[in-house]
Design a binder for this molecule. Structure first.
Ligand code: NDP
Length: 270
């Protein structure tokens, strides 16, 4: 029988590409996001779009209830929905920081809580949390984005050990630069929040660096393939790294001291 997958953030970028790739690979795929109209095209691949706002409890419960009723269970959860709002720590309103954490961390964790009872009962489950290279390395202005991804890394490590004995695997995927809507939305926000503060010239540098990353950004299907590899591995790795510059960046971070790495990053801001 086909395994049922719920992938969040399926209306754009990595999530949409993954939903299509997994559907083409024979999975029963539910794609969830707020912009249901952006998922109309997914129906052509046999994917079922579900309306979901990961920051709203009722929406999360309704999404899991609907899929459980229709498909019997959720075997694989891909926590992909995310946003990347950049701004200087001093400038960024705490309400926005909290929202960033709601989407990238609490939404993902709440979904995990909702799918775990059935996964435990089935003695089978795969949970893939989409982190980022930014879950290991940081850029200035990305404080809250990085905090959310560092949190996902730590939570995943703890969870992996909690659920292993129930037949459930937890994997982290760490993409590098990948074509999507995220950088555009994030840098628009950056301009609004830090574009005319004492951090404006650094904000320009960060924007420039992102423009460079975007030039070499990978197609989202590269990450879709990694996700498939993770969920199909008999003995999965804890982390899967891919897309533009990701492995190199993590290697450089590993061999440099904190201060050497800071220097290297700041040299790219000019
Ligand atoms: P996109 O901006 O293209 O897609 C983000 C998706 O998340 C959209 O489908 C959006 O749908 C959904 N989303 C955002 N907020 C909510 C919400 N409140 N409730 C439900 N869904 C929501 O970005 P990417 O494809 O790039 O991002 C996917 C993941 O990959 C993220 O976790 C991101 O951090 C990570 N990543 C991306 C990288 C990149 O270079 N692109 C690099 C490293 C990691 P909608 O607005 O319709 O709700």
């Amino acid at each position: 029988m086909k395994k049922t997958v719920l992938i969040t953030g399926a209306s754009a970028g990595i999530g949409k590409a993954t939903a299509i790739y997994l559907a083409q690979s024979g999975y029963n795929v539910y794609g969830a996001a707020r912009r249901i109209e952006k998922m109309e095209d997914l129906k052509g691949y046999g994917i079922k779009p579900v309306s979901l706002d990961v920051t709203i409890e009722e929406s999360l419960v309704a999404c899991v209830d609907q899929i459980s009723k229709e498909a019997g269970s959720i075997d694989i959860l891909v926590n992909n929905a995310g946003s990347g709002y950049y701004g200087a720590l001093e400038d960024m309103p705490i309400a926005d920081a909290k929202y960033q954490m709601e989407v990238n961390v609490f939404g993902a964790v709440r979904l995990i809580q909702l799918v775990l009872p059935v996964m435990r009962k089935n003695n089978f489950g795969k949970i893939v949390n989409i982190s980022s290279v930014g879950g290991k390395v940081t850029l200035p202005m990305g404080g809250w984005y990085h905090a959310s991804k560092f949190a996902i890394e730590g939570l995943s490590d703890a969870l992996r050990k909690e659920v292993k004995s129930f037949g459930i695997d937890v994997m982290v995927v760490e993409p590098g630069g990948t074509k999507s809507e995220m950088v555009g939305l994030g840098t628009e926000y950056l301009k609004r929040v830090s574009g005319s503060t004492p951090y404006s010239s650094l904000a320009k540098g960060v924007k420039k660096m992102y423009a460079n990353i975007e030039k070499d950004a990978a197609e989202p299907v590269v990450i879709a393939r990694l996700i498939k590899e993770a969920i199909e591995a008999k003995n999965p790795k804890t982390r899967y790294v891919g897309a533009s510059g990701a492995k190199l960046m993590l290697f450089i971070r590993k061999i440099l001291s904190d201060k050497q790495f800071d220097k290297l990053v700041m040299s790219q801001m000019k």
